[in-house]
Write a protein that binds this ligand. Sequence first.
Ligand SMILES: Cc1cc2nc3c(=O)[nH]c(=O)nc-3n(C[C@H](O)[C@H](O)[C@H](O)COP(=O)(O)OP(=O)(O)OC[C@H]3O[C@@H](n4cnc5c(N)ncnc54)[C@H](O)[C@@H]3O)c2cc1C
Length: 356
Amino acid sequence: MNIAAAIEGETVQTDVLIIGAGPCGLFAVFELGLLDIKAHLVDILPKVGGQCAELYPEKPIYDIPGFPLVTGQGLVDNLMEQIKPFGATFHLNQMIEQVEVLGTAEVPRFRLRTDADTVFETKAIMIAAGGGSFQPKKPPIPGIEAYEGRHDGGGVHYAVRKMEAFRDREILIVGGGDSALDWTLNLQPIAKRVTLMHRRDDFRAAPHSVEQMRALVASGAMDLKLGQVLGLKGEGNDLQGAICRDNAGAEFEIACNTMLPFFGLTMKLGPIADWGLNLHENLIPADTEKFETNVPGIFAIGDINTYPGKLKLILSGFHEAALAAQKVHRYVYPEKRLTFQYTTSSTALQKKLGVA
Ligand SMILES: Cc1cc2nc3c(=O)[nH]c(=O)nc-3n(C[C@H](O)[C@H](O)[C@H](O)COP(=O)(O)OP(=O)(O)OC[C@H]3O[C@@H](n4cnc5c(N)ncnc54)[C@H](O)[C@@H]3O)c2cc1C
């Protein structure tokens, strides 16, 4: 997988930007790749696979054509294998916040910006954003907003975008799942001190991570506290400590200048609502010939779109990706005629797939 290395200030040029690396965004890479169209993908999650990987990786899916049974993660792994020949670049852990239309209806061009300040210029956009962005559930701590939104790693953060921002900080991580444990283990070597706080001495995270965390606590390299955070103290947006209560009701304080609460994710439409796409009940209307929206050059596939008869099934999104790619071709190669070909019989397609 090509993971993009962010280069400060550089604009990424691409044929298509796919927003969302769920199953439909991933399969779009395949359909676009067969037509020689290069894609970059952005996803707010740190991993690819959308709902399949995030919500039901181990559950069996029974209605993917040709697979009597495949798990959510199994499908994602197969899609990643299938799109390997096309070398798409992934920008994970980032959310598209702004879309700006630069071109005309005939020659569309767009500029997009993520919350990590990556800027893209593209000839077409494929929105495959599912139910919208997975957004962090916030703990009910009064006044927590005052400490949010700093770019230097201080205050409260719900995701780790750049680990370096957290170097030499006194960090309080709150939660007991995989994210809390993974970031405890990843940040402990570079932080000044890490404290992990969880309600009870029982963790939902992978047992191996829990063992590693306990070993670090036993060696004195980090702290584990049981209880919950009641409030935060600091000046302006400078966090200085968390006021906590243990399970016996006693209050105590943890000195910290960064707090990372990992309380799970919820799905919200997020910034897509502001992109002028005539939303209907939080879905993007698209035509059924090419799955284009009311903005020429912006396509919507998978769970995010709506049209008469829409079924929110993975196979519907795959079909939509194939048809949308045909129209994207007209924007990317206006001078070229597109001829329909089968992968079974076209040596040109097989060469692109690296099998001929
Ligand atoms: C428990 C469960 C079981 C299911 N079982 C089946 C089944 O058996 N068969 C079936 O066909 N379907 C099933 N589904 C539905 C299926 O998972 C969805 O139809 C499918 O995941 C839709 O794929 P998608 O690529 O459109 O969107 P998603 O899988 O939702 O992926 C969208 C991605 O876009 C990202 N994103 C959103 N907004 C932004 C943004 N602004 N910037 C960057 N990234 C963004 C999200 O983080 C996410 O990763 C099931 C769903 C659930 C929850």
